[in-house]
Every structure is written in structure tokens, then in C-alpha cells.
Design a protein around this ligand. Structure first.
Ligand SMILES: NC(=O)c1ccc[n+]([C@@H]2O[C@H](COP(=O)([O-])OP(=O)(O)OC[C@H]3O[C@@H](n4cnc5c(N)ncnc54)[C@H](OP(=O)(O)O)[C@@H]3O)[C@@H](O)[C@H]2O)c1
Length: 250
């Protein structure tokens, strides 16, 4: 474990225990499949005990069952965790009816517990349009269609930036269940990206962020199709367990 406020990233070897929230979801399952064989220890969080076996089969070593809107023992579950990946999200029916959204209160509780437990890095899956940066038409549509979720995510993003956790926030466009391409445009906030990206491609970014120096305390917009080579950043996203290279991509 590293100590103090982190401005640099862990090495591959230091990323020993990863905690995945939202593990049973579309992105979360892709995270488990990719991370399971590469990380010495993976803990998956779900609110439903019925998901336990599926999560173990997909790549988790341990499953924590708790509802992030009323969690029990979360701080203890996060002890000795090096990085938290949050891929949780509200169900469609919750958006306009729920008093509290997991994107807000739920993830905020998780990040607060992670801070108290001494976790080093926190990686959050957000969405294009979250926050006050200049936005694309797609992002504006998100902000109209699921306004409560976008507002909740904006508050969570802010609290994460204000926390002592080394963090990375990804704001993807529309998610698809397509294959991992490793061909994505990752750009600064306000780049006005629009389009789609597969959950598998987002999973790779979520996993690599804690060990990628350029991702420390950064927020990125991400899409795959269309690509925006002129707006993309050149970052070498190295999966845990892979050999460092000089290769880079947008
Ligand atoms: N859909 C899109 O086009 C799109 C675009 C941009 C960004 N995003 C964002 O990307 C993220 C991932 O989306 P996705 O579609 O891959 O996920 P998803 O399939 O909707 O899965 C969401 C996960 O959140 C977990 N969850 C919900 N409420 C919970 C609670 N109270 N306590 C604990 N866990 C809870 C669920 O786990 P359990 O049921 O096991 O508890 C589920 O695994 C979300 O934040 C979403 O807003 C989505």
C-alpha cells in the first residue's frame, strides 16, 4: 500500500488487490473477465446475493454483498485494497423515482469508506455531459433524458476530486456490448466527444488507470466510434501484468 495523498501511480506489482463495485453490470463483468487472470486479488461488490456465483466464475476471488445505499461494514471490506473501480449505475426506473441514486449517495459512500480505509486509487465510470464543461449534442441529450443521474454523478465527481484519493474519472459516450478494440479516443473534459464505445474498451481503461501516470487525478471523455484523432490524448494504457512498451494510441 502507498501512503499519503497520491500524485503518482502504483507500479504493476503494487496493484495487488482491486475492489470492483457494480461488478454484475455490463461494464463490471467486462472488468472482472479482464482483471481476474491479471490481478492477484479481486473483490466484487453486488447488492444481490443471487449474483455471487456468477461473479466468482467471471473472475472475482471474493464477493461482498451490500447495498451501497445502505451498506454495512464497507470500510472493513476495503482494508488492504489498493484500487477501487466503480462501475455502478442506477437502473432506468430509478432515474425519476428514487429518493437517492447509487450514482450519488451510493458512490459517495464508497469513496468515503475507501478514503477511511486507506485505499490508494479510485476509478469512476461517469458519463459524457456530467459537469459544466462544454458538451456535445449527445451529452446535452444525456443531461435532459437522465438529468437526476447526471447531477448526482457531477456531485460525486467533485467530491472525488476533493478527496485525498488518487483518482481517475472516465466519461464515456453511449455504451455498447461490442468487443474490445483497444482503439478509443480519450480526451480532456470539454472536448465535446460524441458517439459510442464498448463496455469492454471502457473496462480496459478502468483497469489500467491506477498504474497509468497520465491518468493520475485526471478526467477524460471517451468514445470509440466515431474516432476523434485530432482531439485525442496520446497515452500508453498498460494492462496489469503486461510488459511495458513504448506503444501509444488515441
Ligand atoms: N448506458 C450507457 O449508454 C452509459 C453511457 C455512459 C455512462 N454510463 C454509465 O456507465 C456505468 C456502467 O453502466 P453499465 O450499463 O455497464 O452498468 P449496468 O449494467 O447498468 O450495471 C450497474 C451496476 O450497478 C450496481 N448497482 C446498482 N445499484 C446498486 C446499489 N444500490 N448498491 C450496489 N450496487 C448497485 C448493479 O449491481 P447489483 O445489481 O449486482 O447490485 C449493477 O451491477 C454507469 O455509471 C452508467 O451510468 C452508461
Amino acid at each position: 500500500m502507498l501512503t499519503g495523498v497520491q500524485t503518482t501511480r502504483m507500479s504493476h506489482d503494487e496493484l495487488e488487490h482491486v475492489f470492483v463495485a457494480g461488478a454484475s453490470g455490463g461494464t463490471g463483468m467486462e472488468v472482472l473477465r479482464l482483471l481476474g487472470p491479471r490481478s492477484p486479488r479481486v473483490t466484487a461488490l453486488t447488492s444481490s446475493p443471487a449474483n455471487r456465483e456468477q461473479l466468482l466464475t467471471a473472475g472475482a476471488d471474493t464477493v461482498v454483498v451490500t447495498d451501497l445505499l445502505s451498506p454495512e461494514g464497507l470500510e472493513a471490506d476495503l482494508r488492504n485494497v489498493d484500487a477501487v473501480i466503480s462501475a455502478v449505475g442506477s437502473g432506468f426506473t430509478d432515474v425519476w423515482t428514487a429518493d437517492e441514486l447509487v450514482d450519488g449517495t451510493g458512490v459517495q459512500t464508497l469513496l468515503s469508506a475507501a478514503e477511511s480505509a486507506g485505499v490508494d486509487a479510485f476509478v469512476m465510470e461517469s458519463a459524457v455531459g456530467v459537469g459544466d464543461d462544454p458538451a456535445s449534442g449527445l451529452a446535452t441529450l444525456f443531461n435532459l433524458a437522465i438529468a437526476p443521474v447526471q447531477r448526482a454523478k457531477a456531485t460525486t465527481e467533485r467530491l472525488l476530486r476533493e478527496s485525498s484519493l488518487s483518482h481517475t474519472i472516465f466519461r464515456p459516450g453511449v455504451l455498447t456490448n461490442g468487443p474490445r478494440t483497444d482503439s478509443v479516443t480519450v480526451a480532456d473534459p470539454g472536448s465535446k466527444l460524441y458517439g459510442t464505445v464498448s463496455r469492454a474498451d471502457i473496462a480496459r481503461l478502468l483497469i489500467t488507470a491506477p498504474i497509468t501516470p497520465e491518468a493520475a487525478n485526471a478526467t477524460f471523455e471517451v468514445v470509440s466510434t466515431p474516432s476523434f484523432p485530432e482531439r485525442g490524448l496520446t497515452i500508453d494504457w498498460q494492462l496489469p501484468g503486461s510488459t511495458p512498451s513504448v506503444a501509444s494510441e488515441n
